[in-house]
Design a protein around this ligand. Structure first.
Ligand SMILES: Nc1ncnc2c1ncn2[C@@H]1O[C@H](COP(=O)(O)OP(=O)(O)OP(=O)(O)O)[C@@H](O)[C@H]1O
Ligand SMILES: [Mg+2]
Length: 225
């Protein structure tokens, strides 16, 4: 059974008398441990798709099955549970909390799944070190460069060791050397922990790290040709 199965997913946004159809009849299947990249023009619905998969936004119609759960059928508290335990999100604009340091931002993400404070700290340090920020643990986001903030966001998502990581331009602010390190780290988790990844990016260089690439166009996913 696939980890992710989307069928006939529809999503439109209505503002005033305007309806923007973003996704229609969209299908997607992903195996556990697979890494898939989604490319597509700006405004084609890539972030919308990630939000639907992560239980942040709701599809209007269709089937959204992840880890044997149909997200469209879950109640509010079940959906919260799903987001807390199963999903790691790397947002397009990081979403770090400005009043918390790098390590506190990562720890906050872990408090929902782990209870032991020492274990939480250990895990947060481990992943911040893995993204090369071992010497910036106590910096606030505003004391970090854009690329460093992005790596905190990557560490926060990976540290949860969730079933699936949804990543929106996870390397958008990194130089090539850093990009390679972050992608290799994700590949390691994919192979060692069986983590599933859906990565949205405009960067064709990332193709070498993923199992397959899909293009989002006119509301649906197409094979990359
Ligand atoms: N909450 C919202 N309310 C109304 N319209 C929205 C909302 N979120 C997204 N849209 C619209 O839906 C479309 C898809 O947006 P989305 O953010 O998913 O695009 P994207 O593919 O991620 O683009 P980019 O590459 O620029 O990040 C756009 O036309 C956008 O304006
Ligand atoms: Mg987007």
């Amino acid at each position: 059974m696939p980890l992710v199965k989307l069928m006939d997913v529809h999503k439109a946004y209505i503002s005033g008398s305007e309806t923007t159809k973003v996704l229609y009849d969209l299908d997607l299947e992903m195996k556990r441990g697979e890494m898939v990249m989604v490319m597509g023009p700006s405004g084609s619905g890539k972030t919308t798709l990630l939000n639907i998969l992560g239980g942040i936004d709701k599809a209007d119609k269709g089937t959204v099955n992840i880890s044997k759960m149909n997200l469209l059928k879950l109640g509010k508290s079940e959906l919260n549970e799903f987001r807390r335990l199963k999903v790691g999100f790397i947002f397009q604009f990081y979403n770090l909390i400005p009043t918390l340091t790098a390590i506190e931002n990562v720890e906050l993400g872990l408090e929902t799944t782990m209870k032991n404070k020492k274990e939480i700290r250990k895990r947060a340090v481990k992943y911040l070190e893995l993204v090369g920020l071992g010497d910036k643990l106590n910096n606030f986001p505003q004391e970090l460069s854009g690329g460093e903030q992005q790596r905190v966001a990557v560490a926060r998502a990976l540290a949860k060791e969730p079933d699936i990581i949804l990543a929106d331009e996870p390397t958008g602010n990194l130089d090539e050397e850093r990009e390679k390190k972050v992608m290799k780290l994700m590949n390691t988790l994919q192979h060692e922990l069986g983590t599933t990844f859906l990565i949205v990016s405009h960067n064709t260089r990332l193709k070498q790290y993923v199992d397959r690439t899909l293009i989002l166009r006119r509301g649906r996913l197409h094979l990359d040709s």
